[in-house]
Design a protein around this ligand. Structure first.
Ligand SMILES: [Zn+2]
Length: 294
């Protein structure tokens, strides 16, 4: 694997921060941040010790959270359709429990949906109504080989790129699946204030790690946009979305609805965020969303 920056392949980096969980490097060319020493975590097929932590946190955040997942999915579908219109053939890469497929079916029953999920655990948890639409294979390459090239007018990658050791290579593979003029929707966590967010996470998610296990790329807006453009894609929408606008995602990140209900401090902090709209004033947001066209 190349030792360069996963976003721009630049070869020089500086240390952004070091915690007990690892070191985050920052590319001096594009400003992208990544944790190279934690790449082992994302090899889900042959799980080393670290991926036990990933499975535990995912299981926690999915438990008792079907409604939360569906609320997140409906928000994504609305965001995309408002900007590029209703899709006909949708491919979701890294679909989790395929709730975006479900949300799509609610409002656009004529659209066809195919999901790809490489985690055995998550695939097992997909309910029987969605499972027939989801491809499971040990690697993204193997799963992508099972879907047609040039076919999809919408590809969705919702909170996926932050997990991938070589996001540029994966985007190149995914782009081949898109129809000419097709769109790709990408959402990743916005990590513009990673250091204070590590402290906030410790405060709000007691016993949690410094950051979500399995995240190895830490996006801010510029490196995300340059990664997308480097694949020859044209950006048609780009947005930093405040936490106040994505309550279901916040609840998921804090461990799911039950954990959230039992966490008065987190509820208070989030209540204040929603009330004060302070994120808008500061130009902060919890997620980055980008739609790009071939
Ligand atoms: Zn870079």
């Amino acid at each position: 694997m190349a030792q360069g920056c996963p976003f721009c392949q630049g070869v020089t980096q500086k240390v952004y921060c070091t915690t007990s969980q690892g070191t985050i490097l920052e590319c001096t060319a594009c400003g992208g941040r990544f944790a190279r020493d934690r790449r082992d975590e994302v090899q889900l097929d042959d799980p080393p010790a670290a991926s036990a932590a990933i499975n535990r946190e995912y299981a926690e955040s999915y438990a008792d959270a079907a409604d939360t997942e569906l609320a997140i999915a409906r928000n994504v579908v609305k965001f995309v359709v408002d900007r590029v219109g209703p899709p006909a053939n949708v491919l979701e890469v890294g679909c989790g429990q395929a709730q975006i497929g479900r949300a799509l079916g609610e409002t656009m029953p004529a659209a066809s949906y195919t999901g790809i999920e490489i985690s055995k655990e998550l695939f097992r948890g997909i309910d029987s109504g969605q499972k027939a639409q989801v491809i499971h294979a040990p690697t993204l390459e193997q799963a992508l080989a099972q879907v047609d090239d040039g076919h999809y007018d919408l590809v969705v990658m919702h909170h996926v790129l932050e997990h991938l050791p070589a996001p540029a290579d994966t985007l190149a593979l995914v782009k081949r699946k898109m129809r000419p003029g097709g769109n790709i929707f990408i959402e990743v966590p916005n990590e513009q204030w990673k250091r204070p967010l590590i402290s906030l996470r410790h405060l709000l998610k007691r016993g949690g790690d410094d950051w979500f296990p399995g995240h190895i790329n830490f996006f801010t807006r510029r490196p995300l946009e340059s990664l997308v453009r480097s694949q020859g894609l044209r950006i048609v929408a780009s947005k930093v979305v405040p936490a106040a606008d994505l309550p279901a995602l916040v609840i998921k990140m804090l461990g799911g609805p039950r954990a959230y209900r039992e966490n008065p401090l987190a509820r208070m902090v989030f209540g204040l965020l929603r009330l004060t709209q302070v994120e808008r004033v500061l130009g902060y947001g919890i997620s980055l969303r980008c739609i790009a066209r071939t």
